[in-house]
Design a protein around this ligand. Structure first.
Ligand code: PGA
Length: 246
């Protein structure tokens, strides 16, 4: 199981550092290899320092498609890489909905991040409206389209299924929905990208908590979790780590 925490615009440098140190203390070296945290950009430097004593991977929540240039307010994947960062989160529904992220911008970012040899966690997920209209498969197929920009679907890629209606709402998708949708996603990836797609880890995200982690972790094709709210505190983060059998 891969356990990833998306800290969004929460936790300043001192809090991020302290949480990473607490998680490090509570986990084995082996488990740390499966743990990723995505601090907010201004807490990345402190997070990388805290990570010095652990194997936890540090991610960034978005990067620009260029290494440098006149792009006020953006973050560079090249600089992140040079600082010792490991992985970029791309396509989160909040980026798609609030910051106009689209398939073209995602494809450009993917190309650049691949050239930097960073890992990528690519998020997809339907809205409640899409689900009620029976469009889950169609939406997921459209959303994975930018992955065509990658020259190969190698071991650096993770895909996170996060139904928009389950993010931050407390409404976790039922095990049946997670099972069925991960199957749809796996099939869509295989249809588009061939046999290599079968080895891409698929994570579930959306109101994962210690109380539902055990049941969700047992579902076939759930290779990990992407966690928002419950990843901000040591007890709930570790509760998920423990209950998911990591
Ligand atoms: P949540 O967020 O766990 O708070 O629902 C998940 C996410 O946005 O990645």
């Amino acid at each position: 199981m891969i356990i990833a925490g998306n800290w969004k615009l929460n936790l300043g440098p001192d809090e991020a550092k302290s949480l990473i140190e607490q998680i490090t203390e509570a986990t084995t070296d082996e488990a740390q290899n499966q743990i990723i945290v995505f601090p907010s950009a201004l807490a990345i430097s402190a997070s990388l320092q805290a990570r010095d004593k652990s194997n936890i991977k540090i991610g960034i929540q978005n990067t620009h498609s260029s290494a440098s240039g006149a792009f006020t307010g953006e973050n560079s994947a090249s600089v992140f890489k040079s600082m010792g960062g490991n992985i970029v989160l791309l396509g989160h529904s909040e980026r798609r909905q609030l910051f106009s992220e689209n398939n073209d911008s995602l494809a450009a970012k993917l190309t650049f991040i691949e050239s930097e040899n960073l890992e990528i966690m690519f998020c997809v997920g339907e809205t409640l409206e899409d689900r009620e209209a029976g469009k889950v498969e169609q939406i997921l197929e459209e959303q994975i389209e930018p992955l065509k920009a990658l020259s190969t679907l190698n071991k650096n890629l993770y895909v996170a299924y996060e139904p928009v209606w389950a993010i931050g709402t407390g409404k976790v998708a039922s095990p049946e929905i997670v099972k069925e949708t991960h199957k749809i996603l796996r099939n869509s990836l295989s249809k588009k990208f061939g046999p290599l797609a079968t080895s891409i880890p698929l994570l579930y995200g959306g109101s994962v908590k210690p109380e539902n982690a055990s049941e969700l972790s047992k579902i076939d094709m759930v290779d990990g979790f992407l966690i928002g709210g419950a990843s901000l505190k040591k007890d709930s983060f570790m509760g998920i780590v423990e209950n998911s059998g990591l």
